[in-house]
Design a protein around this ligand. Sequence first.
Ligand code: SF4
Ligand code: SF4
Length: 198
Amino acid sequence: MKTAGSRNHLPKGLVPSALSKQEFQKVYSLLDVHPLKFDCGILCASLCCQEYEPGVGMYLLPGEEQMFTCEEPWLKWKFVRAQDHNFPPDWKGKVAFVTCNATCPRDKRPIQCRTFPLMPYLTPEGDLQVRLDVLSGVLICPMIKEPDKYPARPEFYTAALSAWKVLTKDPLIRSDVWHLSRQLDEDESSIWRSLLLR
Ligand code: SF4
Ligand code: SF4
């Protein structure tokens, strides 16, 4: 019988992980906090939780596959080569990419869905923070488009930071966070961003 965590249902050659299933369970539990006092999905008809553009989905973090059987009917699975996508060069192997077939049970949501609309950010000095994910959410999420009107709760920032502290113990996840942080730096200083935020 296939069970989550047995790993015999997974393809060979995945990007390796330094984190245990228990660490992922801890992260899932830390991230079980709503960003707002109410269900933020009512602001946007849960836009981030549907295929708002054809093929849109999310990558799992290395090792996060341990939390799934790959037979969840609410997800469609693909495994893609990291080097063909926007990952740092030290990610060598395949990464799980899931798209939504239906709405996930709340306790089964992947990390990227739990942490959104925040993203982890490493300062140039290497300090870990969490920030609004303007890289992937500025066009869809009211909490990112209007942060003064819909500010994420401090508890949500605290939970996300605690979770990413655990996750970035894995050097490859830290490397990816560094890679995305430098993209965020570039994005924030770009001309189109200043035009968009006018
Ligand atoms: S995180 Fe943003 S896009 Fe997703 S449901 Fe909440 S308000 Fe909507
Ligand atoms: S994977 Fe699940 S939680 Fe994430 S966007 Fe899709 S349906 Fe929503």
